[in-house]
Design a binder for this molecule. Structure first.
Ligand SMILES: Cc1cc2nc3c(=O)[nH]c(=O)nc-3n(C[C@H](O)[C@H](O)[C@H](O)COP(=O)(O)OP(=O)(O)OC[C@H]3O[C@@H](n4cnc5c(N)ncnc54)[C@H](O)[C@@H]3O)c2cc1C
Length: 387
């Protein structure tokens, strides 16, 4: 068993540490959090320049696809610097590139993958609806009707990350009405400049520099060939594409914990009370010890899930556990980190309040912690408890 990074991975880690230190420094991230609803184009172009978007695209389409472990080495640094930026760039690579690469026709791959590799396109994934995100099969009411020469889409989506800036929306619709729900969904590539699409903002406390918005589709016409994968089989095809998403979200929790630990560890050595640094108080050391343990656990689980994925072994269980442990660890780190900072823990002057706010989002997106626990016990063979 070998837990160490190889030479190339160490170089990759250093390269991204340097990149994040320079391009995602704390002042700039705070500025973004207070002023923008998506990272500025100037920053996006820096990710293009360093080759980030090529990492999710197979070589024959202009990319240099990385293994899951390598991409997590990169993602860890981005997640530590800003959950919002990780979401913003990860939505295009994790949804856009993956859906097209795994489910697209050859013509679609030739058309879109080189553009995605060059960072010329932004994409989002529109699955969740106002009726509920956990019982997704029961809640989807967005319909795609097959007409003679096009599909006609009507319905509503909610909480769709990056849809307000996306060029294309990977949209999951019901296409069949006379069969069981799991055989009724299909996936479509919807150009966001189609007539009939409107976007509504959802003000929220977390991830301020990467908005998640509502979308209404009203008689939206898209070409026949924009069906991704096979009609009616979208649920099963989509799950395979989405499985790695949990590994990426787990890494967001790891990033938050790492940042909160680093900041709090430095703070307890500077801040004085009762004639010395607060770091000498046992209870604050215990807070830090728990954050450190949670961080190590979540990081190990996340890399294990990524390693299993790279080695073609089942990783669903580990990815679900990693997401759960990382989400809860991040919330704990934000809460106790804020306590260590005292009043400054809730002041915008320090990023601790951002870690805490961003950690909230991970508790239920893309899958809630409750549902994760349901599934874990189902995987272990207990009766299905959740429907
Ligand atoms: C900021 C943000 C970004 C998002 N980005 C995207 C995106 O890009 N694309 C997209 O498609 N979706 C996105 N989502 C949606 C996200 O996946 C859903 O919010 C999530 O699936 C939960 O659905 P819900 O919010 O409707 O909660 P609900 O499904 O209404 O759940 C409410 C509560 O009930 C619990 N619950 C439900 N069923 C059970 C059960 N059987 N057993 C136990 N507990 C249960 C849940 O755990 C939760 O605590 C995003 C959400 C947020 C908040």
């Amino acid at each position: 068993m070998d837990f160490s990074l190889n030479k190339e991975q160490e170089m990759l880690q250093k390269e991204w540490q340097r990149f994040c230190k320079k391009e995602l420094n704390k002042d700039y991230v705070q500025w973004m959090d207070e002023n923008v609803d998506f990272p500025p184009e100037e920053l996006w172009q820096k990710f293009v320049k360093i080759g980030f978007f090529r990492g999710s695209i197979p070589e024959q389409y202009g990319g240099d696809r990385m293994s899951m472990v390598d991409s997590m080495v990169v993602y860890e640094q981005i997640c530590k610097a800003s959950t919002s930026v990780a979401l913003a760039v990860g939505t295009t690579t994790g949804f856009g590139s993956r859906f097209i690469a795994e489910m697209g026709s050859e013509a679609m791959k030739n058309e879109y993958l080189p553009q995605l590799a060059a960072g010329d396109l932004k994409m989002c994934m529109a699955l969740t609806e106002p009726g509920g995100g956990t019982d997704i099969l029961g809640a989807i009411t967005t319909i795609a009707d097959e007409k003679e020469d096009h599909w006609l889409i009507n319905g509503e989506k909610i909480f769709i990350t990056g849809a307000h800036v996306a060029d294309y929306m990977i949209t999951i619709c019901r296409t069949e009405t006379d069969t069981k729900p799991s055989n009724s969904l299909s996936v479509f590539l919807v150009p966001s400049d189609c007539e009939g699409i409107s976007i509504s903002r959802i003000p929220k406390v977390s991830c301020h520099h990467c908005d998640s918005v509502g979308i209404a589709f009203s008689d939206v016409k898209i070409p026949k060939e924009n069906l991704l994968g096979s009609r009616g089989n979208g649920w099963y095809e989509m799950l395979t594409v989405l499985n790695p998403e949990r590994i990426g979200v787990a890494m967001m929790g790891v990033g938050i914990m790492a940042a909160a630990y680093e900041d709090a560890f430095a703070y307890v050595q500077q801040r004085q009370a009762f004639g010395g640094p607060i770091g000498r108080f046992q209870i604050l050391q215990h807070y830090l010890a728990d954050i450190y343990i949670n961080l190590e656990n979540a990081r190990n689980l996340t890399y294990k899930a990524a390693w299993l994925c790279d080695n073609n072994q089942p990783y669903h269980l580990e990815a679900t556990m990693a997401k759960l442990v990382a989400a809860e660890g991040a919330l704990h780190a934000g809460t106790h980190g804020a306590e260590i900072f005292g009043g400054y823990g809730i002041c915008n002057e320090y990023p601790m309040q951002r870690y805490l706010r961003d950690a909230l989002q991970l508790q239920f997106s893309p899958i809630s912690n409750e549902m994760s626990r349901n599934m874990l016990m189902q995987f272990q063979g207990l009766p299905k408890s959740w429907s």
